[in-house]
Design a protein around this ligand. Structure first.
Ligand code: MN
Ligand code: MN
Length: 406
């Protein structure tokens, strides 16, 4: 009986809210109803989240939160660098992708390891040397810099080490929202938990030779800065096996944009141009001031976002009269469920740079503009009541980035 009574009360509240017209809500937000007598709860967050404090009147209903700042994450710092992560534990809507932000000093090493999710990465700053072993047991070694990517498939053992002059900082994304970077198979942890006589027999050495093995997992640790050139490191790794014919890195730093116009540009990297990467597709988007990423949605996967620089706002329409608008800054994670339409507007005076990631082997989207201009015009006009001239003025192809002429 109690739950029935609560249910009736809740229905009553919803009924009252639904009765509020958009214009009365807009008026309320700006008259005494919307005042905040004790002041903003948290002034910096208040200022950064204007579209939550005073939502656009088109926002309505309950939409699962789709923003999480890396600044909220615990930073796990060790000699050699640090890591912090955003998983579905932090951002429950993000079931398809989890991510890590990591810093390594010069020589700082992310220990040799592997795991049960595919690992995609974007180098945000500096230089690193990475290694990976392919499916035929052949080694891969490469040096990468800001703007470059890598992809390590599930179970492939790999490592990352910061180089001179100042190590590196990068973003990792895993194709499982529940994956934790702190739940990986570490070389040090592995050998520590194998009986010493077995380990000695496996290596064909004396147990006494293994007394020096680490007693604790390393995870991130300070190692000597590599003194070998990339060519020399490759020769050392190759031995008489030879190097892998696969390429686990993608030098996006040298890539021309896939699309470019006066409002911005985009670089799309997926299995079509980064062959080994059948796990995570990416669009790296730059939107100039005044521009926006046009209204669109994705047929094939949820979208995971990371904001690299600038300021943005995004509305996600979740169907059935539900919509929410949130503001984003550098270091924030955003997320959009598969098929939910959205735009990303540059709200600042600098370039907005962010990435869109998808758990799939290719990038795919639907442009609202392209769709409604490739239908019988009478059908579209019957839906939207717009004039023939208005329909004709809408861009007739996907532009990715749009805006008024500046
Ligand atoms: Mn890894
Ligand atoms: Mn999108």
């Amino acid at each position: 009986m109690q739950s029935a009574a609560l249910g009736a009360a809740a229905l009553g509240a919803i009924g009252t809210a639904a009765a509020q017209t958009q214009s009365s809500v807009e008026k309320a937000e700006h008259d005494r109803s919307g005042t905040n007598p004790i002041g903003p709860d948290n002034p910096p967050l208040h200022d950064e989240n204007r579209d939550s404090v005073v939502p656009p009147i088109t926002d309505h209903g309950n939409v699962q939160s789709f923003k999480y700042p890396f600044a909220f994450s615990h930073k796990r710092t060790q000699q050699g660098g640090w890591a912090r992560q955003v998983t579905a534990d932090d951002l429950p809507v993000a079931t398809e992708i989890a991510a890590v932000n990591m810093r390594l000093t010069p020589g700082g090493a992310r220990e040799l390891h592997w795991h049960k999710a595919a690992e995609w990465s974007l180098m945000l700053y500096g230089n690193a040397r990475v290694t990976c072993l392919d499916q035929n047991g052949k080694p891969f070694v490469d040096d990468i810099k800001e703007g470059d990517l890598w992809l390590f498939p599930v179970g492939y053992p790999h490592s990352i080490q910061g180089l001179e002059p100042d190590g590196c900082e990068f973003l990792l994304a895993f194709d499982d929202g529940h994956f934790s970077e702190y739940d990986t198979v570490l070389l040090s942890d592995f050998v520590e938990h194998i009986p010493r006589d077995i380990l000695a027999k496996n290596f064909g050495v004396q147990q006494s030779d293994l007394a020096v093995l680490p007693k604790q997992p390393l995870y991130i640790f300070q190692a000597p800065v590599p003194q070998t050139s990339l060519d020399e490191a490759r020769r050392q790794a190759a031995g008489n096996l030879g190097l892998s014919p696969e390429t686990f890195t993608f030098h996006m730093s040298g890539m021309v944009p896939t699309h470019k116009n006066k409002f911005g540009e985009v670089r799309i990297v997926d299995s079509r141009n980064f062959k080994v990467n059948n796990a995570v597709a990416m669009a790296h988007v730059t939107v100039h001031p005044g521009g926006m990423r046009e209204l669109h949605w994705h047929q094939n996967a949820d979208e995971w976002q990371y904001y690299i620089s600038g300021n943005a706002r995004m509305t996600v329409f979740a169907a059935e009269q539900r919509a929410r608008t949130l503001d984003f800054q550098k270091g924030d994670v955003g997320y959009i469920k598969q098929t939910f339409p959205h735009y990303i507007e540059n709200t600042g005076s600098e370039d907005l740079v962010y990435i869109e990631l998808f758990k799939d082997n290719f990038f795919q989207d639907v442009s609202l503009n392209s769709w409604i201009t490739h239908l019988p015009p009478a059908l579209v006009r019957a839906h939207l009541n717009i004039s023939a001239a208005t329909l004709q003025a809408i861009p007739h192809s996907e532009m990715i980035t749009v805006g008024y002429s500046r």
